[in-house]
Design a protein around this ligand. Structure first.
Ligand SMILES: [Zn+2]
Length: 109
């Protein structure tokens, strides 16, 4: 092997390693962004393809964050007043909340 070939090989190897590091850093950025917004980080599996990485990063940056319900741990939009799953009130106790169940089953004799 000539010296030029070895130098070219080293330069190509350095370029591949740098591109891989940037690619992995962008995936980590997407996962961090998803976790910060309470979105599923599994969306970043689309990053297996470079175009999927680009699209997922753009979508993840545009999505609004979600908040997590302290009672059932499901996610709801940030502006929600009640949890859509369990009915937990994010505004604190509500004055007009019914104390009795709305439906009273008929008595059977
Ligand atoms: Zn809930």
């Amino acid at each position: 092997m000539r010296d030029d070939d070895i130098i070219g090989l080293v330069i190509a190897l350095v370029i591949v390693v740098v591109m891989l590091a940037v690619y992995i850093a962008l995936i980590v950025l997407g996962v961090t962004m998803a976790k910060r917004k309470n979105r599923s980080p599994h969306w970043m599996w689309f990053a297996i393809h470079p175009l999927g990485l680009l699209i997922t990063l753009i979508v993840m940056a545009c999505l609004s964050p979600l908040k997590r319900c302290p009672q059932c741990a499901q996610t709801t939009p940030m502006n929600a007043r009640l949890c859509g799953i369990c009915g937990y009130s994010f505004m604190g106790p509500v004055a007009f909340a019914p104390q009795q169940p709305l439906y009273i089953p008929p008595q059977r004799y």
